[in-house]
Ligand binder design. Structure first.
Ligand SMILES: Cc1cc2nc3c(=O)[nH]c(=O)nc-3n(C[C@H](O)[C@H](O)[C@H](O)COP(=O)(O)OP(=O)(O)OC[C@H]3O[C@@H](n4cnc5c(N)ncnc54)[C@H](O)[C@@H]3O)c2cc1C
Length: 439
């Protein structure tokens, strides 16, 4: 006898939850179409679930909840076109491992790989640097079930308007069933990690991002320390790999970055006055290191310490000034924060609802421990980010509503028109989509 599916849902950060759901695990597009048609006729909503890694309520279901477990795995590899098609519920870490076995790789990705492919592209998940930082910008085809139960295939030649807009679709246009990514031969990345002072890191920022393919920085509030990570593409000869010894990877990435950091930040919630000294200590624990490994092992790490996050994409030219303003405002505020601020960059892309649409971006991400109250900190930072025309990550906390979103996205009218066409009865809506897109 199979175990009954839980009718309740909670996201990774614990900020969003729902209960009394009608939970299904569809195995193909036909089963999804049937569920959508039934829900539409009954005036109910359908929400496709990823792994719940969005901090916002973008994935929060109301009535019918479609879980991803029945739609996983690679379905086609085209070595001439250099594309790979996978079922939409496949986790990124599974795709990465399968691609590596095939001698292939995605071009770029964010810093974890737990997400489903559909969940990751739908919120505009991105990494840093590269030719295409956002996963959605690497998508060349997809299939989805619309709000009228129709199964639509979208490529550059078939329904190209749907492909254009549904790459970052916010779960508002349909249930994705397959996604086709452009891929490239498996390649090595050399990672150089080095602590720097705030002043030196900001002074070197433009040179570092010009000299290295992927640059990521972490500033520890209450300290003058910036951890910098520069990744450089080393080609496709895998004999050049020099991964971290297992003990070092365990010490830095598991013990220090997860176990010790988790215990320390949890304890600091009860003694916030100790945070500044603890941050200065933490920023010194992770020393310089260099290693070379296949791309996805360098891009992604495990994050077991549960936190809350807000991230905005700023026009690249305004980004460092905004960061300086954030630090000044933070230091005047008297707030204490135990998690670092992450700084990344991305090239402009052509995905209409991507946070990097049509402009080079600098991303600033703010975090707090899950038991700390993030609200005053995020509100203070958000006022600065918004003053610089920042666009919030769709999956990370922010307070924007439709009227605020509209001026940031010139192609929003096209997106809303496609939503009217593909989901006229708003089968896919929820409170978050009502807030950012309107009803
Ligand atoms: C620890 C951590 C690290 C992170 N690192 C990064 C990072 O480096 N860069 C970055 O940009 N973001 C990052 N994120 C954010 C994360 O990538 C996004 O929130 C992403 O959407 C999560 O994917 P998911 O599978 O959990 O999707 P969910 O959060 O479950 O869902 C997201 C959206 O996708 C929709 N969806 C899911 N499946 C389908 C489907 N089949 N069809 C249509 N819509 C669907 C959902 O309905 C919802 O609208 C991080 C989040 C966490 C918690």
């Amino acid at each position: 006898m199979s175990t009954p599916l839980p009718s309740a849902w909670r996201n990774w950060s614990g900020l969003e939850s729902a209960s009394g759901l009608d939970v299904l695990v569809p195995a193909d597009a036909a089963e999804i179409a049937a569920a959508v048609t039934r829900a539409r006729a009954a005036g109910r909503t359908v929400k496709a679930a990823g792994t719940g890694h969005s901090f916002t309520g973008i994935a929060t279901p109301r009535h019918v909840h479609l879980r991803p477990e029945g739609m996983r795995g690679i379905v086609a590899v085209d070595r001439d076109a250099m594309t790979v098609t996978a079922l939409a519920g496949t986790q990124l870490k599974v795709l990465n491992a399968e691609l590596a076995r095939l001698g292939l790789s995605l071009h770029n990705m964010g810093d974890i790989a737990e997400q489903t492919l559909a969940g990751a592209i739908s919120t505009g998940t991105h990494g840093t640097g590269g030719r295409a930082a956002g996963l959605a910008a690497q998508v060349v085809g997809l299939e989805l079930v619309t709000g009228t139960g129709e199964v639509l295939r979208a490529t550059a030649t078939e329904n190209p308007d749907v492909l254009d807009l549904a790459r970052v679709g916010l779960g508002a246009l349909g249930v994705l069933t397959t996604i086709t990514f452009a891929v490239e031969p498996l390649f090595l990345l050399r990672a150089e990690e080095q602590p720097m002072s705030w002043t030196d890191a900001l002074a070197a920022f433009d040179d570092l991002t010009a000299a290295h393919d992927h640059v990521d920085m972490y500033w520890f509030p209450h300290s003058d320390r910036m951890l910098t990570k520069r990744n450089t593409r080393m080609g496709t000869d895998l004999d050049g790999a020099a991964p971290l010894p297992r003990w070092r990877a365990w010490l830095d990435d598991d013990l220090l970055s997860n176990t010790v950091f988790g215990a320390q930040t949890a304890a600091l919630n009860t003694t916030p006055r100790a945070i500044p000294a603890a941050n200065r200590f933490a920023s010194r624990l992770l020393g310089p290191r260099t290693y070379t490994d296949i791309a996805h092992k360098v891009f992604t790490t495990e994050r077991r310490v549960v936190f809350r996050e807000m991230e905005y994409a700023l026009p690249r030219a305004a980004g460092l000034e905004a960061l300086r303003e954030c630090r000044t405002a933070f230091e005047r505020s008297g707030l204490t924060v135990s998690f670092p601020v992450e700084i990344r960059v991305a090239p402009a892309d052509d995905v209409p609802l991507s946070t990097s649409y049509d402009r080079d971006s600098l991303y600033l991400a703010f975090h707090t421990h899950r038991r700390a109250d993030h609200r005053a900190y995020f509100a203070l930072m958000e006022s600065i980010l918004r003053a610089h025309d920042g666009r919030p990550h769709w999956g990370k906390l922010h307070t924007l509503e439709t009227a605020d979103v509209a001026p940031l996205y010139p192609r929003l009218p096209d997106f809303l028109a496609l939503r009217d066409r593909l989901d006229p009865d708003r089968v896919f809506t929820n409170a978050y989509l009502d807030r950012v897109l309107g009803g």
